[in-house]
Ligand binder design. Structure first.
Ligand code: BJW
Length: 254
């Protein structure tokens, strides 16, 4: 992959960088995406039956079991070179906001510090009655654990279709999109709102918009730069070239 030198120059002068990641950034860790035709979760499972409040109301056991299966899968995976490169990139800019739609916690495991989770985190649960956040709960086999305070059923602390995103996180994301010099959209189909509105919002506010994705998305036509390929290959190359541009090696002397 040849990265345009003009893009590296933009990074070298940027002060404020905002990144939006989606499921594709974790694909090379072995975490399935949602909408990829053959391998995405929605090619095998119906989101209406698993990722809506109505689905949980109708069949909480099915929904809980599906999330337990995904939690187990996540215990077997590691951050990949894209997560690691983003964690290093954070340390190179005075302002760096990593906004993720992912619930897998892999950015934090890779060492990223300033992570805004728009769709929650699968490692947490919350009371389905009162919303109390629960960080750990006893192993209950196939039974759904109950809230220690009110006895309500626990549900994963993720954002389902039709639910509002956490207010503070969405505000942080919008502010970071509006105020950045460079906005990277990595591994997202940009089909789910309001997250999908962030790249266009950044562009409207004069940010340089960059997409990293092997496929064409709703962002591709709007992007100033498109790096078409897997994030796990492109991100380390991009990081190395930015590092080289920011602090070039001194010439070798005898
Ligand atoms: C690679 C790669 C590699 C592969 N390297 N890349 C405005 C307009 C229209 C609709 C709406 C709107 N506002 C609200 C809506 C409704 C709805 C919505 O957007 N629907 C659309 C589908 C049309 N939005 C909501 O309901 C949201 N709530 C809301 O807006 O509340 C207010 C409201 C309520 C009611 C009515 C109106 C307003 C909530 C959305 C919650 C999304 N939840 C999920 C599940 C989270 C929990 C869980 O994990 O189970 O979040 S759905 C799923 O999609 C998940 C993801 O975070 C999200 C985005 O998916 P993502 O990350 O983009 O993954 P993919 O699979 O789509 O794409 C992967 C990409 O990676 C692909 O492009 C690949 O090519 C690429 N890739 N390998 C780099 N190696």
């Amino acid at each position: 992959m040849t990265i345009p030198p003009q893009l590296i120059s933009r990074f070298a002068t940027a002060k404020r960088v905002t990144v939006l990641t989606g499921a594709g950034v974790s694909a090379e860790s072995g975490v399935p995406t949602f909408r990829d035709a053959l391998t995405g979760l929605w090619s095998k499972f119906n989101p209406e039956e698993l990722a809506t409040p109505g689905a949980f109301f109708r069949n909480p056991n099915l929904v809980w079991a599906w999330y337990e299966w995904r939690r187990k899968l996540l215990k077997q995976v590691e951050p990949n070179p894209a997560h690691l490169a983003l964690a290093q990139m954070e340390r190179m800019f005075s302002e760096f906001n990593l906004i993720t739609q992912n619930v897998d916690g892999l950015h934090q495991r890779a060492g990223s510090r300033n992570v805004t989770e728009l769709h929650g985190n699968i490692a947490r649960s919350k009371c389905s009655e009162e919303g109390t956040i629960i960080n750990s709960w006893p192993e209950t086999g196939t039974e759904i654990p109950k809230c220690p305070q009110c006895g309500g059923l626990l549900r994963p602390d993720v954002v389902w279709f039709g639910e509002d995103l956490p207010v503070a996180e969405l505000k942080t994301a919008e502010t970071a999109a509006i105020n950045c010099d460079l906005f990277l959209s990595i591994g997202t189909s940009a089909e789910v709102y309001p997250a999908a509105g962030l790249p266009p919002l950044a562009r409207q506010h004069q940010a340089i918009l960059v997409e990293i994705n092997p496929d064409v998305t709703t962002i591709t036509k709007q992007a100033h730069f498109v790096l078409a390929g897997p994030a796990g290959e492109i991100m380390p190359q991009l990081l190395a070239q930015i590092q080289q541009a920011i602090s070039p090696q001194p010439p070798i002397t005898d």
